[in-house]
Design a protein around this ligand. Structure first.
Ligand code: SAH
Length: 215
C-alpha cells in the first residue's frame, strides 16, 4: 500500500486544523492512520478530502474533521478502555486505538465489522475488538468504560450506555432526529451525577434497533 503523497497528507492535516482540530495527540493519531484503506470502491480516490463518503450497507464513513472534533471532545487517556458504537468503516476506531489502551467497537452490520477487522489486521492494530451487536445496549460484558463514543444519532443518549460509563468517564453522542441537524453532546459522569454540554451541530446516520439483515 502506498498511502497518500506528502502534499496530500499536509493538506489533509491542514483541513483538520482549520476546522478546529488542535489537540496534538489527536492530530498525531490522524496523521498515523491512513484513511485510504477504510474507503473502498469508487470513492477511494476521495479518501483525503474532508468529506463523509458512502461505505457498504448504506452507511457512511464520517468526515475527517468531525472524527477529529469528536475524538478531541472525548479526551482519551492512554490507559482508557473505550467503547465505540457504530464501527462503520473502522476509521474512528483505528484513531482511538492510537490514543487508548483498548477499544471495543460494535456495529449492527456483520459485513462492516468483518471488513473493518480486515483493515485493523492489515494495519497491525491489535488493541481493537470489533463485534456485531446492537450497540444501544452497550457491551455489558466489558463494562464499565472510561470513554464511550456513539457515531450514529440517537434521540436521547441511550440509558444502557450511560449506565456503562465509569465515574469520571466521558461519552460523546450526536442527539436529535435523524433527518435533521443533530447536536453533538458530551456527557460526563461525576460523583454527583451526569453533566451535559453541547459541542456543535453534526449530521449522522440514525442509531437503529436490532441487527442488520446482511450476512
Ligand atoms: N464510526 C464510523 C462511521 C459510523 S456510521 C466510521 O468511522 O466509519 C454509523 C454506523 O452505526 C453504521 O455503520 C451503522 O450500521 C451503525 N449503527 C447504527 N445503529 C446501530 C446500533 N444500534 N448498534 C450498532 N451499530 C449501529
Amino acid at each position: 500500500m502506498t498511502g497518500p503523497s506528502a502534499e496530500t497528507k499536509m493538506q489533509f492535516l491542514y483541513a483538520l486544523r482549520s476546522k478546529g482540530v488542535t489537540d496534538k495527540a489527536v492530530l498525531n493519531a490522524m496523521e498515523e492512520i491512513d484513511r485510504g484503506p477504510f474507503v473502498r470502491g469508487i470513492f477511494a480516490e476521495r479518501a483525503y478530502e474532508d468529506m463523509p463518503l458512502p461505505i457498504a450497507c448504506g452507511q457512511t464513513i464520517s468526515q475527517p474533521s468531525v472524527v477529529g472534533l469528536m475524538t478531541q471532545a472525548l479526551q482519551v487517556q492512554p490507559r482508557d478502555k473505550v467503547l465505540e458504537v457504530g464501527t462503520g468503516s473502522g476509521y474512528q476506531a483505528a484513531i482511538l486505538s492510537k490514543l487508548a489502551r483498548r477499544v471495543y467497537s460494535v456495529d449492527r452490520h456483520a459485513r462492516l465489522v468483518r471488513e473493518a477487522r480486515a483493515v485493523f489486521e492489515q494495519m497491525g492494530l491489535v488493541n481493537i475488538t470489533a463485534m456485531t451487536a446492537d450497540g444501544s445496549y452497550g457491551l455489558p460484558e466489558q463494562a464499565p468504560f472510561d470513554r464511550i463514543i456513539v457515531t450514529a444519532a440517537a434521540e436521547d443518549p441511550p440509558g444502557p450506555l450511560l449506565a456503562q460509563l465509569k465515574i469520571g468517564g466521558i461519552m460523546v453522542v450526536p442527539v436529535g432526529q435523524s433527518d435533521t441537524v443533530q447536536t453533538l453532546i458530551r456527557v460526563r459522569r461525576a460523583e454527583d451525577g451526569l453533566h451535559y454540554d453541547e459541542i456543535r451541530p453534526v449530521r449522522f446516520v440514525p442509531l437503529l434497533e436490532g441487527l442488520g439483515q446482511d450476512v
